[in-house]
Design a protein around this ligand. Structure first.
Ligand SMILES: *Cc1c(COP(=O)(O)O)cnc(C)c1O
Length: 232
């Protein structure tokens, strides 16, 4: 199957999953996760009319941005070291993986110099999985209260990667819990827009479940671009 076919299949499934649970399909954004795939693959997706991509490695994203220009937008979905905050502030339209104040503050400093604001999500380790990054749910209120003091950062919602499991239904409880947490934080007015909070959850194996549980952003890689090449 071609990237173009895969994209239209995924978009159909998103549409159907949304309609099945009475949601407006327009409220769900697809981040095509292009990490470790070539710039040519991204260009193929762009030819098919898709312009939003997800990358996990800063250096790789910088190179791709140089090759593609700013016709496409990139979300950062990997672990950001604070010493890479400058590059992250420059090239991404959203950083989905803010999980500590030190990083938010470093981003804010660079954004201030660039005279820019940046949309971010707080990454939550919703399953308390020791192998996953993200802040534990109990500490999200404090982190968002601190982020509220940073004028160049717009906290739009939450992102999560549930614990790895062979059964796709296992993710549902974690997705539900992320939504409950977001509702609680919104009731405390901790997001930029508390009436419309972004929830980034769901990947190739479970994005339809995530949509049923309220995802507004799904991050799909393998089902669009195929198996990822191994790390160099
Ligand atoms: C790689 C990755 C994805 C995409 O995973 P697939 O299973 O290939 O769809 C989504 N989110 C994050 C954070 C990732 O690192």
């Amino acid at each position: 199957m071609s990237i173009s076919n895969n994209l239209s299949e995924i978009k159909k499934k998103i549409h159907k999953a949304a309609e099945n649970c009475g949601r407006d399909p327009q409220t769900i954004k697809l981040v095509a996760v292009s990490k470790r795939h070539s710039t040519a693959s991204i260009k193929e997706a762009m030819t098919a009319g898709h312009f939003l991509f997800g990358e996990n490695y800063i250096q790789e994203a910088i190179k791709k941005r140089e090759e593609i220009g700013d016709r496409a937008q990139f979300h950062f979905i990997g672990h950001v070291q604070s010493n890479k905050a400058k590059q992250a502030a420059e090239i991404f339209s959203m950083v989905e993986t803010v999980d500590r104040y030190k990083l938010a503050r470093a981003l804010n400093n660079h954004l201030n110099k660039l005279n820019k604001t940046l949309d971010i999500l707080v990454q939550v380790n919703i399953g308390n999985d020791p192998r996953k990054s993200g802040i534990v749910p109990e500490k999200t209120t404090e982190l968002l209260e601190n982020i509220a003091t940073l004028p160049n950062i717009n906290p739009l919602g939450l992102m999560t990667i549930p614990p790895l499991s062979k059964k796709r239904e296992d993710a549902r409880l974690h997705f539900k819990n992320l939504r409950y947490l977001a509702e609680d934080l919104a009731s405390r007015k901790l997001f930029s827009d508390n009436n419309s909070v972004e929830l980034s959850m769901g990947m190739t194996q479970d994005f339809t479940i995530a949509i049923e549980e309220g995802a507004t952003i799904v991050r799909v890689g393998t089902a669009i671009f195929g198996e990822r090449p191994p790390l160099p």
